[in-house]
Design a binder for this molecule. Structure first.
Ligand code: C2O
Ligand code: CU
Ligand code: CU
Length: 465
């Protein structure tokens, strides 16, 4: 049982600069929660922010009532129905009766907290929780509403992977700051929106020029000359990364992938370059034992330029014994669905298109509508989904993990291994995924996890019956 208060706070992110944030419990990232597989956790969220919020546990196998549907709001304690900031359009305009009584003034003063119950009957992995309010997810995450949630289990504990101080959850997110130290969210800046000739300047999503890891800009972390387990999450709204680990002199260290969004792989996969789209997680072991004491290993984003090329660095401080290992077989319980198991094949396009706001992003030609059933799937059915994209779209399914069957008519890429909940579609690419709709009945979502694309309409309902 946890209690989390969502409130405004001021943090020193850049040295000597005060940055106002929206937070879970006053910190960015929010408090990291650690759970055991199969042990249910209830988190009571109290909203003391000036706007309604929604909490979603990304990657969680969660009953629909606690999954954070975008209109299942936690109303703010200080909110009395008057317009505060960006609350006036969006969620209000789309109320379909699922919003916990948005138009009932009594609801606004009583529904200030909400219990989210997570059974966590799922494989050990790194999940994250973040805001999911309809039309305003991107600015809410940007302002700080994101945190980590680790699920552990006995099978994983028994493997002997690097642990304790040698296991590092790393939430990577870019942000931009304005002259006063506030987080600048340019898509909400009316002077930019109305600049003549600029129809929609942030169609590709909002990028920052400062890279934060666990809320700190370009941190340098001291390590032993030993193996470390990096639990990587790309919590950026729109930024893609291609990570490499570069030692002094330019030597590249192996990034040994042991897990993906939904837990351990069957066997490790070695990368020199690891692509990471928004919301993806990678579980990676890196071995610093060959680095001279005092040496540095920089984590570099090959897709960045200038300051955004650097992500963070490790300084190898001392020799130390290392009893960890990376077994050749990591897990034997990965589902192995075959095409022949599928009772249905569905096609979805992820493209630019017309929305209520004029121009935005749509799935199958239609912008998100909470009242429309886009997909109705039967509990227990295996389905193949064919996804096709115009530009980069990291596509995420709630509730279920899936396997990548193909990309561009070819076998999946090495980093597609294991069980995913987010697949990074590349420009012009078609990919096939396979999953079993397992767990709970109810109304879920699938959407692009470029957070701006999501807010601009690239989301759809997944009803499991
Ligand atoms: Cu991480 Cu529907 O989201
Ligand atoms: Cu999710
Ligand atoms: Cu997208």
């Amino acid at each position: 049982r946890y209690e989390i208060t969502q409130r405004e706070a001021v943090a020193e992110i850049l040295p000597g600069v005060r940055t106002p944030l929206w937070t879970y419990e006053g910190t960015f990232p929010g408090p990291a929660i650690e759970s055991r597989r199969g042990r249910p956790v209830t988190v009571t969220h109290r909203n003391e922010l000036p706007v309604p919020t929604v909490v979603h546990l990304h990657g969680g196998r969660t009953p629909a009532a606690s999954d954070g549907y975008p209109t299942d709001l936690v109303l703010p304690g200080h909110w009395h129905g008057d317009a505060v900031g960006d609350v006036t359009s969006g969620a209000m305009g789309h109320d379909t009766g699922h919003g916990g009584g948005m138009h009932d003034p009594r609801a606004a003063v009583t529904r200030l907290t909400r219990d989210y119950t997570f059974p966590l009957d799922q494989r050990a992995t790194l999940l994250w929780y973040h805001d999911h309010r309809m039309d305003f997810t991107a600015p809410a995450i940007w302002r700080g509403l994101a945190g980590l949630h680790l699920v552990r289990d006995d099978a994983e504990d028994a493997l002997g992977l690097p642990a304790g101080p040698r296991e590092l959850p790393l939430m990577i997110a870019d942000r931009a700051f304005d002259a006063d130290g506030g987080l600048a969210y340019p898509a909400l800046d009316p002077t930019l929106r109305q600049r003549p000739g600029v129809r929609e300047p942030y169609l590709a999503g909002v990028l920052g020029d400062v890279i934060l890891v666990n809320g700190a800009p370009w941190p340098v972390h001291e390590v032993d000359a030993a193996r470390y387990r990096l639990r990587l999450l790309n919590a950026s709204n729109a930024r893609h990364y291609e990570l490499e680990a570069v030692a002094d002199g330019g030597r590249r260290l192996d990034l040994v992938q042991i897990g993906s969004d939904q837990g351990l792989l069957a066997a490790p996969v070695t990368h020199r370059l690891l692509p990471m789209a928004p919301a993806e997680r990678y579980d990676v072991v890196i071995d610093f034992s060959g680095v001279p004491i005092g040496g540095r290993v920089r984590i570099v984003n090959r897709l960045g330029s200038g300051r955004t090329r650097d992500v963070m660095a490790f300084r190898v401080a001392r020799r130390a014994p290392d009893g960890s290992r990376v077994p050749g077989t990591l897990c034997a319980d990965l589902p192995a669905w075959r095409r022949s198991d599928a009772v249905r094949v569905r096609d979805f396009s992820f493209r630019a298109g017309r929305t209520h706001a004029g121009h935005g992003w749509v799935i199958g030609g239609l912008p998100f509508d909470p009242a429309r059933a886009d997909v109705t799937a039967r509990l227990g059915d295996v389905e193949v989904w064919r996804l096709i994209a115009d530009v980069h779209h990291p596509v995420h399914l709630h509730l279920v993990g899936f396997q990548v069957l193909s990309r561009g008519g070819r076998p999946p890429l090495p980093h597609d291994a294991g069980l995913k909940d987010t697949i990074a579609l590349r420009p012009g690419e078609a990919a096939e995924i396979i999953t079993r709709f397992d767990g709970y009945r109810g109304r879920y979502l699938f959407h692009c996890h470029n957070a701006e694309h999501e807010d601009m309409g690239m989301m759809a309902n997944l009803e499991i019956i």
